[in-house]
Write a protein that binds this ligand. Structure first.
Ligand code: NAD
Ligand code: USQ
Length: 386
C-alpha cells in the first residue's frame, strides 16, 4: 500500500513510518517541524538526540535499502495539504500531525487557541483533501483515550447504544475531556464522523492511551534512526518521566493522590496498531473507532512499578495536582477491536523498564533538571513559563 504519514518527524510518526516501510509499504512522511520549534520555545530538547529529517531518511536508505519520500509543509495550509495528497495519491493517510501536549494547551489563551486551530483546521484540511482527491483514501487518525475522560460508566469503542424515553439510537460516545488539547481531538472526531456520513469517507479513529517506551526494532538499528524522548513537564508523558526521574535520583512526581487511572500502550504496539488499521481499512461511509490501549494503571501504580524495578533507592513525591482531574474514579474500557485484528500486545514488563532505564542512563547528562517540575496550572488562565 501507499501510506502517507502526517507528523512523520514526531515521537510516534517516525517509528511508524519505519515500521510501515519495513513491512513492505511505500511510505511518505510530512511535517512542518513545529515540534522541534516547541523545544526552542520551551528551552528543552529530546533526551535522546534526534537527527534532522534528511539524515534520518538517508540512514534508513543505507540500513534497509528502502526509500521514504518527505514533504515539508503545514496542514493548516489547505493548498499545501491538497497538493500533497494529490501528488502522493496514497491508499491510506495516517494522521499524527497535531499539537499533542495537554499542559502546552493550558499555558494561556494563545496556546489554547494555537492548539485548537492547528489541530482542528489541519484535520479539516485533510478531510477536504481526501474528499476532493480520492474519497477511497482511508484516514487513520490518532485520537486519544482522554476524549472520553473518566465517566462513571463503561467506556465503549467510540459508539454507545442509547435508549431514551423508550427509543433507541447508536450515538457517538459522550465525551468529557480534560484539557483544551483533548477537546481538540473531540472536535476532530466529530468532524471526521460527519465527513464519513455526508461524503462516504472511510476513517478509523484510534483513541490511544498514554504511550511509553523509546525503541522499536527499526529505530534501534542505528543511532541516527532514534525517535525523540521527552521528559519535561509539558511534553514528557508519565511513565517516561518517572523512569528518567528514577535514574537522576529525583523523586517521582505523582500529581495528587495518584489514584487517576489511564490506559497505556508500548510504542512497539502503537506502530503495529497503525499497520493493522491501515491494512484492514474501514468501509466507505464507516467511522470506525478503536481504543488503542493494552493495559490500565493508576499513576500511583506506575510510580511503584518504576520504583520497584530500579536498582537504586527511589522516592515518590505526591505534589498538589496542577491539573483538574478526578483522583479516584471508575475506569473500565472496552479495547477489543485491535486485538480482533491480530494485535499481540507487549505488556509492561521488567525488560521494557530495564531498556528504558538504560536509554535514560545513557543520556542523563542532557537533562535540564528545572524542566522536570510542572509549571502549568489548569486553574490559572496564564501560568508564567520558566
Ligand atoms: P509529536 O509532537 O512528537 O509529533 C507530532 C508531529 O506532528 C510533530 O513532528 C509536529 O511537528 C507535527 N505537526 C504538528 N502540527 C502540524 C501541522 N499543522 N502540520 C504538519 N505537521 C504538524 O507527538 P506524538 O507523541 O508523536 O503524537 C502523535 C499523535 O498521537 C498526536 O496526534 C497525539 O495526539 C497522538 N497521541 C499521542 C500519545 C502519546 O503518548 N505520545 C498518546 C495518545 C495519542
Ligand atoms: N502525571 C503525574 N505526574 C507527572 C506527569 C503526569 O502524576 O509527572 C499524571 C497526570 O496528572 C495524568 C497522567 O499522569 O493524570 C497522564 O499524564 P501524561 O502527561 O502522561 O498524559 P496526558 O496529558 O494525558 O497526555 C498524553 C499525551 C497525549 C495523549 C494522552 C493519552 O501527551 O498526546 O493524547 O497521553 S490519554 O491520557 O489517554 O488521553
Amino acid at each position: 500500500m501507499r501510506i502517507l504519514v502526517l507528523g512523520g518527524d514526531g515521537y510516534l510518526g517516525w517509528p511508524t513510518a519505519l515500521h510501515l516501510s519495513d513491512c513492505g509499504h511505500e511510505v511518505a512522511v510530512a511535517d512542518n517541524y513545529a515540534r522541534r520549534g516547541y523545544d526552542h520555545e520551551m528551552g528543552v530538547e529530546s533526551l535522546v538526540p534526534i537527527e534532522p529529517m534528511q539524515v534520518r531518511l538517508d540512514a534508513w536508505r543505507e540500513v534497509s535499502g528502502k526509500s521514504i519520500k518527505s514533504y515539508y509543509g503545514d496542514l493548516v495550509d489547505g493548498e499545501f495539504t491538497m497538493a500533497m495528497v494529490a501528488d502522493y495519491r496514497p491508499d491510506a493517510i495516517v494522521h499524527f500531525a497535531e499539537q499533542r501536549a495537554a499542559p502546552y494547551s493550558m499555558i494561556d489563551r494563545q496556546h489554547a487557541v494555537y492548539t485548537q486551530q492547528n489541530n482542528v483546521i489541519g484535520n479539516l484540511n485533510v478531510l477536504f483533501a481526501i474528499q476532493q482527491v480520492d474519497p477511497e483514501i482511508h484516514l487513520v487518525k490518532l485520537g486519544t483515550m482522554g476524549e472520553y475522560g473518566t465517566p462513571n460508566i463503561d467506556i465503549e469503542e467510540g459508539w454507545l447504544e442509547v435508549t431514551h424515553n423508550g427509543r433507541t439510537d447508536r450515538m457517538l460516545y459522550p465525551k468529557k475531556p480534560g484539557s483544551f488539547y483533548h477537546l481538540s481531538k473531540v472536535h476532530d472526531s466529530h468532524n471526521i464522523e460527519f465527513a464519513c456520513r455526508i461524503w462516504g469517507l472511510r476513517a478509523t479513529d484510534l483513541n490511544q492511551g498514554v504511550v511509553y517506551g523509546q525503541e522499536t526494532p527499526q529505530t534501534s538499528l542505528d543511532t541516527r534512526l532514534a525517535t525523540r524522548f521527552d521528559y519535561d513537564a509539558i511534553f514528557g508523558t508519565v511513565l517516561n518521566r518517572f523512569v528518567i526521574q528514577a535514574v537522576l535520583g529525583h523523586p517521582l512526581t505523582v500529581y495528587g493522590t495518584g489514584g487517576q487511572t489511564r490506559g497505556v500502550i508500548d510504542i512497539r504496539d502503537t506502530v503495529e496498531c497503525i499497520r493493522l488499521a491501515a491494512e484492514n481499512p474501514a468501509d466507505r461511509g464507516e467511522f470506525r473507532v478503536f481504543n488503542q490501549m493494552t493495559e490500565r494503571y493508576s499513576v500511583g501504580e506506575i510510580a511503584k512499578i518504576v520504583a520497584n524495578n530500579y536498582e537504586g533507592p527511589v522516592e515518590i513525591e505526591y505534589l498538589d495536582n496542577p491539573r483538574v482531574e478526578q483522583g479516584e474514579h471508575y475506569y473500565n474500557v472496552k479495547h477489543t477491536g485491535l486485538l480482533e485484528l491480530g494485535l499481540q500486545p507487549h505488556l509492561l514488563s521488567n525488560t521494557l523498564i530495564e531498556s528504558l532505564f538504560r536509554v535514560a542512563d545513557k543520556h542523563k547528562d542532557r537533562v535540564d533538571v528545572a524542566a522536570m517540575r510542572p509549571t502549568v496550572n489548569w486553574r490559572e488562565a496564564a501560568s508564567p513559563l520558566r
